[in-house]
Design a protein around this ligand. Structure first.
Ligand code: ARG
Length: 241
């Protein structure tokens, strides 16, 4: 009797306290990356964006309710591997290094890094021109990794917005950031411009913990469904204006 009571208590604790609600799927993101994820809605307290719509479709296909956790970009993989979140939808580029600690879905978006400078800046033509320059980036992003490889002086911020602020204040020479969020920011900041420098393409994927292969195949199935039904194309058009 006592033993079964103890067992019931432990089970209840696992299901509520430290365990997770079976009907909820938790997506981790960093909502400072428009149009993929950003704060919006009537009171500005809702996480919105292309990745969030994809995450909603993933949860709906799994018959679960989606919960969004807005975290620092460089803490997402740790949160995933500690079970705090079930998957990451955050414009995260598939890299060999990250693949050592997480699994990625099939790629769903092609991007590239771009160089943003002040209108009055000197012009750089090749990645090699950026050596020794002062570059602002988002902490833990592929821009951060690339800037370091360019042998530049790197200043990393928790969000791209802060990196752009540093540039507008002329405290750095340039910002290295993902193409689409940079375009969104540029559209609102006429004192900045993009330089024409070619970087290799990057591909965004949804990240899942290595021990969740079923969730990974579910996510891939949802991506296929969105693509073949034309819904994905509609989402792209909705968010890429
Ligand atoms: N694509 C870049 C990377 O994977 C930047 C992603 C930043 N995402 C965000 N939601 N802040 O590192």
């Amino acid at each position: 009797m006592k033993k079964s009571l103890l067992l019931a208590t432990i089970t209840a604790l696992l299901l509520t306290g430290c365990g997770k609600d079976q009907d909820v799927l938790v997506v981790g993101t960093n909502a400072a990356f428009p149009p993929f994820e950003y704060m919006g809605g009537a009171n500005g307290d809702e996480v919105k964006g292309l990745d969030i719509d994809i995450a909603k479709a993933i949860a709906a296909d799994a018959g679960k309710t989606l919960k969004v956790e807005n975290l620092k970009f460089d803490s997402l993989i740790v949160a995933l591997n500690s079970g705090k979140i079930d998957f990451i939808a955050s414009g995260m580029t598939i890299t060999d290094e990250r693949q050592k600690s997480v699994n990625f879905s099939t790629p769903y978006y092609e991007a590239t890094q771009v160089v943003i400078v002040n209108q009055d800046s000197q012009v750089f033509n090749t990645p090699a021109d950026l050596a020794g320059k002062k570059i602002a980036v988002q902490l833990g992003s592929t821009g951060d990794i690339m800037a370091k490889e360019l042998k530049a002086e790197v200043v990393a911020f928790n969000t791209g917005f802060e990196a752009f602020m540093e540039l507008k204040n002329h405290k750095v020479d340039l910002v290295l950031f993902d193409s689409q969020p940079a375009a969104t920011y540029l559209a609102k900041n006429p004192t900045l411009k993009q330089l024409d420098i070619d970087f290799s393409p990057e591909f965004y994927g949804i990240a899942v913990a290595k021990n969740q292969p079923e969730l990974l195949s579910q996510i891939n199935a949802t991506l296929v469904r969105l693509q073949s039904s034309g819904e994905y194309q509609q989402l792209l058009e909705k968010y890429q204006k």
